[in-house]
Design a protein around this ligand. Sequence first.
Ligand code: SF4
Ligand code: SF4
Length: 109
Amino acid sequence: MEKYGLLINYDYCTGCHTCEIACQQEHDYPVGKNGIKLTEYTYENHTKLCIDNLPFPTELCDLCLNRHQQGELPACVKHCQAQCMSFGQLSELVKQMEIQSRTVLYSPK
Ligand code: SF4
Ligand code: SF4
C-alpha cells in the first residue's frame, strides 16, 4: 500500500508558527503538546547572519488521518500561507524533492 508523507520546503518558511497552531487546534492539543514544532537556526555565512526556520512533525503527527479520509488537506498544509508544505504519496513527494532545494520529507510509522 502506498505510503503518504509531508514535504516541507523550509527555504520559504517564514517562521510564522501557523502550522503549529493549526495542528493544535485540529487535534485539541493543550499548550506544550505539538504535532509539529518549529525550530529556528541562526548562523553566519560569509559574515552574513542567516536564519533558517525548520518546522518538523513530531511523533504525534498522524498526517491528519481523519481529514484525509474526508478528502481534506492536513490542517498544517491548508493553513501555511507560505505554501511551503505539501501532502501526498511518498513517491510523488520524492519527485518534488528532486527539483526543489532545502526540503525535508516526513513519513510516520
Ligand atoms: S505555517 Fe508555513 S510558513 Fe508558517 S511556520 Fe509553518 S511551515 Fe513555516
Ligand atoms: S499533518 Fe496534521 S497531525 Fe501532522 S503536523 Fe500537520 S496538522 Fe499536525
